[in-house]
Design a protein around this ligand. Structure first.
Ligand code: PHE
Ligand code: ZN
Length: 849
């Protein structure tokens, strides 16, 4: 039984394990309900560790036998593991346990998905496979023998030998147990090959269930591109003879970087034009790169303990975003990343779940695979690079790989490398890792005697456990424009370190227009009241694509604010200024599509809350709808021309150029649908020969309430494709009018194909409900209740996915008292559930505190 009693673990309590593991030999005899795992492990006393009792982690294991140096022993078994008396010198530990993968719905440890065996060990899943010091600073070489009738049997490293009913693998690179993986099943492979720059040939495979072979080609090309990019940009070469990827239907996360054997949620690797959208293709490319890049940033250099999670995740997210920027448009990628950061990380950092990029305590580490650790962690590295410059960044990274290859490292190690490579003192910069919350940055300007001065003030509101905040190091990228639109000062990075600080530019006879925080150079909330004329000026003239987009976003926010709080009409001056950009055929269509997107509901809630207004989801929805209608009406003549311009006639390709055109065309289609009730969308649906066009047409039809025919046709066409049907489930809940969202989600859960134990399907319905902002927050509480009912049910099977979904309640204190009371009641109902998992207990406790 898994131990549910909450126990808090602290970073400050870190102590090394008392032994080192020389090597691990595992024999896994597979059977759905009685898999036997035999381990042989050589332990050697660790001279750098304080004396301690011998404790091995182990959960839900049935111990059959244990022996030390060949002699049977009887260890003391606890819910977390076992304790045993051991010799003072080196010794050989042997154990045999029995586990039941067919009964494992938590998808952690060894489990089954559609008849295949697979594992997930990060963060602490290996302890569900055998007794072991399951902590990332214990690294060992693994030799694995798999016994079973399955056609394909895979583990980490290189294959060494195989025979009838067995296969053996050896991984020469010492690794922590969280990188262990094993897969067995009747799989087929899509093969490939890569020659490294030193001339070594690497065998590549993507393993899938029969029938999915035709969806692997894109992933294979993305893998090769990633391998090449990491050699060219970071000088990192692959280090085994073989690299395997496996697609699994039941998976809690996106994918996992196990050494030489990456395991993917099938939604993050399988792709074809007919079944995947452009957005899917881009995401797949990024995730394949992310997992591959972990081979160096994560595997060769791993984390000393789980508090250092951002050491591998922040850096690897940063690396995959660089990769996407290089493969596609850097500007579009940056804007998309900021939209995502504001939608997911900002609310987290400003609510009850706020935690530093490097947390200092946790109860369940699975609850800390967050937007803060990942995305803010990547922003912190982006700032570091901006501060030291590209050349010094490259020097520091070279030193990092040279100094720490083979280590389980810390954030201190990481920063020291930068200090040594650049001579900088990063003591203050380190606050980005320890201080939680989003800094607010305000700015005033002054112009006298040819000197232009910007004065910045920074302030971080208190967060749970941190009432006092110290000033952070903020790289503020600034450019200055002349009133005629010429740039007089190109992008300059100001380094702010004080709570209040001024920066001057001289030789400016006329007062310039500042473009501040270019490229979103620091993850802060910029508070600057400026005249709409100035924003329209930047929208028209800024040379920085991000700030051009941001100027329009600011105007959209201001417009929606006035509509929501004062009942004002749409800002036609902004709509007209935006039109000039949207119709500019010299601009990248993908950028123009982003210009057309309005602030997300989550962003608007943040803005209203920051200005002391209680957000009313219905009013936010109504204002957003009214604004979109106004845009559609004002541009009624322009829309058909834009769609024509963005039409793609060539054969489908998911590349940046074509997908940018489709993004623009589909953003326009959504506006057109407001005028024609779905005529154009139906025509697009009928003609569609790829999923991007088909799905966006369906989305428009649902919004227009004209989906009946298309929805049935879509189901008939795709009922046998799980990944496409996930889209069908998700879209109906996401795109429907708020008043129908909860009812529709509820009805979908009644269907036989609502396989709620599958995380993708569960998220398709419940995640989409939470995304339908006004629908989820329906005044009668029906959205809250439906979600809570299902979270209570899922927790018995899959605590990790349940806990992660609890975070949709993180903004509950921002709403009116009636909604607050309804959400609080649901959270308390979840908390009161007998036998609630440790994961969900921690989440609801933090949410309610
Ligand atoms: N380490 C994985 C990644 O970032 C994420 C993951 C965490 C997957 C925990 C499974 C479980 O790519
Ligand atoms: Zn990762």
């Amino acid at each position: 039984m898994k131990d549910a009693s909450p126990q808090t673990i602290y970073l400050k309590d870190y102590t090394p394990f008392g032994w080192q593991v020389a090597d691990v030999h595992l024999t896994v005899a597979l059977a759905p309900n009685a898999t036997r795992v035999k381990s042989r492990i050589h332990f050697v006393p660790n001279p750098n560790a304080p004396e301690q009792e011998f404790f091995l982690h182990g959960e839900e294991l049935n111990l059959i036998r244990a022996a030390i140096d060949g002699e049977e022993v009887a260890p003391e078994i606890t819910p977390q593991g076992l304790r045993c008396k051991v010799p003072s010198g080196p010794f050989l530990w042997e154990s045999e346990v029995e586990i039941a993968p067919a009964e494992n719905f938590a998808l952690e440890g060894l489990y089954m998905s559609n008849g295949m065996y697979c594992t997930q060990c990060e963060a602490e899943g290996f302890r569900k496979i055998t007794y072991y010091p399951d902590r990332p600073d214990v690294m060992a070489t693994f030799t694995v023998r798999i016994e079973g009738d399955e056609k394909v049997k895979l583990s980490n490293g290189n294959p060494t030998d195989s025979g009838e009913g067995w296969a053996e693998w050896h991984d020469p690179w010492p690794k922590p147990a969280y990188l262990f993986a094993l897969v067995a099943g009747d799989l087929v492979n899509h093969p490939g090959e890569f020659t490294t720059r030193s001339g070594k040939t690497v065998e590549l495979n993507i393993w899938v269930r029969p029938g999915d072979e035709d969806k692997c080609a894109f992933g294979m090309e993305a893998l090769k591109a990633s391998m090449k990019w990491d050699e060219e940009v970071y000088g990192r070469e692959y280090d085994l003879d073989i690299f395997n990827i496996v697609a699994v239907d039941d998976f809690n996360m996106g994918a996992m970087e196990n050494k030489g054997l990456n395991i993917f949620n099938s939604s993050c690797v399988l792709a074809s034009p007919e079944t995947s959208t452009d957005a899917n293709f881009e995401r797949i490319e990024a995730i394949i790169a992310h997992e591959y890049f972990h081979n160096w940033t994560g595997n060769r250099i791993t984390c000393r303990d789980w508090f250092q999670l951002c050491l591998k995740e922040g850096l690897t997210v940063f690396r995959d975003s660089q990769f996407t920027s290089d493969m596609r448009s850097a500007e579009v990628k940056r804007i998309s990343d900021v939209i995502d950061l504001r939608a997911r990380q900002f609310p987290e950092d400003q609510g009850p779940l706020s935690h530093p990029v490097r947390p200092e305590s946790f109860q369940e580490i699975n609850n800390f695979y967050t937007a803060t650790v990942y995305e803010k962690g990547a922003e912190v590295i982006g700032m570091l690079k901006r501060l030291v410059g590209d050349e010094d960044y490259a020097k520091a990274l070279d030193l990092y790989f040279e100094r720490h290859d083979g280590d389980a490292a810390t954030i201190e190690d990481w920063l020291k490398v930068f200090e040594d490579a650049t001579g900088r003192d990063l003591a203050q910069f380190k606050r980005w890792y320890s201080q939680s919350g989003t800094p607010h940055l305000s700015v005033t300007e002054d112009h006298a005697d040819g000197v232009y001065t910007l004065t910045f003030k920074q302030h971080t509101p208190p967060t749970p456990g941190q009432s006092e905040k110290a000033p952070q190091v903020l790289p503020i990228a600034v450019g200055l424009l002349n009133p005629n639109g010429d740039e007089v000062v190109p992008t300059t990075v100001l380094e702010m370190t004080e709570a209040e600080q001024s920066f001057s530019f001289d030789g400016l006879s006329s007062k310039p227009v500042p473009s501040i925080l270019r490229g979103f150079s620091a993850p802060v909330v910029l508070e600057r009241e400026t005249a709409p004329e100035e924003k329209r000026f930047l929208l028209a003239h800024d040379t920085d694509a991000f700030n051009r987009w941001e100027a329009s976003r600011d105007l959209a926010r201001a417009c929606l604010y006035a509509m929501i709080t004062e009942g004002a009409g749409p800002d036609t001056a902004w709509i007209d200024a935006l039109e000039q950009v949207v119709r500019d055929a010299d601009l990248d269509p993908a950028f123009r599509a982003l210009m057309l997107s309005l602030p997300t509901q989550s962003e608007l809630v943040q803005m209203l809350h920051a200005r002391g207004v209680t957000p009313d989801p219905d009013a936010i929805y109504a204002a957003t709808e009214a604004l979109k209608n106004a845009m559609a009406e004002r541009w009624s003549a322009l829309l058909p021309a834009l769609r024509e311009e963005s039409a793609v006639t060539a054969a489908y390709s998911p590349d940046a150029e074509q997908s940018g055109k489709r993004a623009l065309g589909n953003a326009v289609l959504a506006l057109q649908t407001r005028l024609d009730g779905g005529k154009a969308a139906q025509a697009q649906y009928d003609a569609a020969d790829n999923m991007t066009m088909q799905l966006s047409a369906l989305s428009c039809l649902i919004s227009a309430g004209a989906e009946e025919t298309a929805l049935a046709a879509f189901e008939a066409q795709w009922k046998d494709d799980r990944l496409v049907m996930d889209k069908w489930f998700a879209l109906q809940v996401a795109a429907t009018a708020p008043e129908n969202a909860a009812t529709r989600a509820g009805a979908l859960t009644e269907r036989a194909d609502f396989d709620w134990k599958n995380p993708n399907r569960f998220r398709a319905v419940m995640g989409s409900l939470a995304m339908n902002h006004a629908g989820f927050h329906a005044k009668d509480g029906s959205g809250y209740k439906l979600l809570a009912d299902w979270l209570i049910r899922l927790d018995e099977k899959n605590p990790q996915t349940t806990a992660r979904m609890c975070s949709v309640f993180q903004t509950w204190k921002r709403y009116d008292t009636q909604r607050q009371a309804l959400m609080q009641a649901e959270l308390e109902r979840i908390a009161a559930k007998p036998g609630l998992s440790r994961d969900v207990t921690e989440m609801v406790t933090r949410l309610l505190s």
